[in-house]
Design a protein around this ligand. Structure first.
Ligand code: ADP
Length: 475
């Protein structure tokens, strides 16, 4: 697997969680999975050097190192070299510069695994960043017995990040842009578009998202291209790594609890209110853990919460990092309700966990959401999710009022303040009945979005990719 992030070494968002957990699930099924990551200069492992070679990069040769470190039994290959080392963050402001790092990383990885004698059955690329690896295989594997039979799999975690500015990076790596009309002009040097063209099998990270990306609304300009691949496109819901996300064992919580000791969860609410400076009380505590990005729809909260806070005893605790203009918008809430709105603008694993364990509800009003992990983690921690019906949110959260027998949260459809407001009203009304609420929490905690099921689905996808490839040979 090639990716730009994987927990615990590098995490920016859910992609890191997924790439960190999937190999554990696949190894449990008996597969020899190795994960390649760019060796960012802030990754301070002390790994052992496995291979050093030079990569043709424009007119020069650039040295690349591959060092290996074991994480929970999975070998991680950290791929270094000048284009990677010069980058101080995983994702910078300039996609063309990031593309240099990611294309170099992709090509160097393929060279290193060959040098190390590791011949994978499948090369699995996560999102656009390592997409050049699939394009390189498409252009070179036919004449190369080492890669000839290797299946090519692409997982789309987020279609919006396409790296269409990769022309210079591709030229340096000796990789051709797409020339066929089926690829939109703007995306012909795009790492994601090239990977979509070059893959045998493609999956999106939830069944609903796999359908949504074929539509103009969610296709981000690539729906036409994806439609040509719809026979090879499926959806596999992400899992949650329940060893890592377990309120019974989570050392960062004020108090551990299980379904049997759910009343102990109250201590976490109290500790959270104290920690973030909220008024202490029994009123409903709404939580948000999110990247601050247009995608996440937090602008709806800014429109809806003032009225809600005025007419109820609710409070909001929000943890988010990212876009400064979204921070500024949210800040207005804290100014008006200083002891009922607590905002923390940073990346903070500990506080995230304490919010899952202490908030009564977790709000996820996303414009789109390929899968979403926060709502699944919230369910496990007994925070009832309130979400917009899109992508993986639709696949994982069922509205209690629509289906009292199976509902595990609250769901709204239209992306507008009225729809969010009415879902919040319904949820707050239900919260008043504490025994009903407790039942909702327990139902959520019981659910299992496990990597075992997802791992089996990926296993089938890999097999299919290998069969496709051998079919190509025959053809
Ligand atoms: P996305 O990948 O779009 O960011 P997901 O819901 O798939 O959204 O995954 C988000 C992951 O990142 C979760 O593990 C969540 O706990 C974590 N996360 C998001 N923002 C923060 C933050 N500011 N601090 C700590 N963890 C965060």
């Amino acid at each position: 697997m090639l990716a730009s992030e994987a927990t615990p070494l590098v995490k920016v968002g859910g992609l890191g969680d997924v790439v960190g957990a999937l190999p554990v699930g696949m190894r449990a099924l008996g597969h020899d999975v190795r994960v390649a990551l760019p060796h960012y200069n802030f990754v301070s492992e002390s790994p052992s050097v496995k291979s050093i070679l030079s990569v043709k990069w424009g007119r020069s040769q650039v040295e690349s190192s591959c060092t290996e470190t074991l994480v929970q039994g999975t070998p991680y290959l950290l791929i270094g070299g000048r284009p990677v080392a010069s980058s101080g963050s995983v994702y910078g402001e300039n996609a063309a510069i990031d593309a240099l790092k990611f294309v170099f990383f992709s090509l160097a990885t393929l060279h290193h695994v060959r040098a190390m004698g590791f011949q994978p059955d499948v090369v699995h690329v996560h999102d656009a960043h390592p997409g050049a690896a699939l394009r390189w295989l498409q252009e070179n594997a036919n004449e190369d017995p080492f890669w000839h039979a290797t299946g090519r799999v692409l997982t789309i975690h987020n279609l919006v990040y396409q790296y269409n500015e990769a022309a210079d990076a591709l030229a340096l790596g000796g990789i051709n842009p797409a020339v066929d009309d089926i690829v939109p002009t703007l995306a012909r040097s795009g790492l994601l578009a090239l990977a979509i063209r070059a893959s045998d099998r493609i999956n999106a990270v939830s069944p609903t998202y796999a359908k949504e990306i074929l539509t103009p609304e969610h296709g981000a300009g690539l729906h036409g291209l994806l439609s040509t691949r719809s026979g090879s496109l499926s959806g596999i819901l992400n899992g949650v790594h329940y060893d890592e996300w377990d309120p019974a064992k989570d050392v960062m919580l004020a108090k551990n609890y299980t379904m049997d000791t759910l009343s102990d969860r109250e201590d976490n609410k109290y500790a959270l209110q104290q920690e973030v400076g909220l008024r202490i009380g029994q009123g409903p505590l709404l939580g948000v853990v999110s990247r601050l990005d247009h995608q996440k729809g937090l602008d709806l909260l800014v429109q809806v919460l003032p009225a809600l806070l005025r007419r109820s005893e609710s409070a909001l605790v929000l943890l988010g990092s990212g876009d400064g203009s979204i921070q500024a918008e949210l800040q207005q809430l804290a100014v008006e309700f200083p002891d009922r709105v607590a905002l923390s603008f940073r990346f903070d694993e500990r506080l995230a966990r304490r919010i899952y364990a202490g908030a009564d509800m977790l709000l996820v009003p996303s414009r789109y959401e390929p899968c979403g992990l926060v709502q699944m983690i919230a369910l496990r921690y007994g925070a009832v999710p309130l979400v917009r019906a899109t992508g993986g949110l639709r696949d994982t959260v069922k509205d209690y009022d629509v289906d009292p027998a199976a509902g595990n949260g609250f769901v709204f459809n239209a992306f507008n303040p009225e729809a969010l407001s009415s879902a919040l009203e319904r949820a707050l009304h239900r919260f008043e009945d504490q025994s009903l609420w407790r039942g909702l929490q327990l139902r959520g905690m019981e659910l299992e979005f496990s990597w075992t099921a997802a791992g089996r689905a990926y296993e089938a996808l890999y097999m299919q990719a290998m069969i496709d490839r051998s079919g190509q040979d025959a053809g």
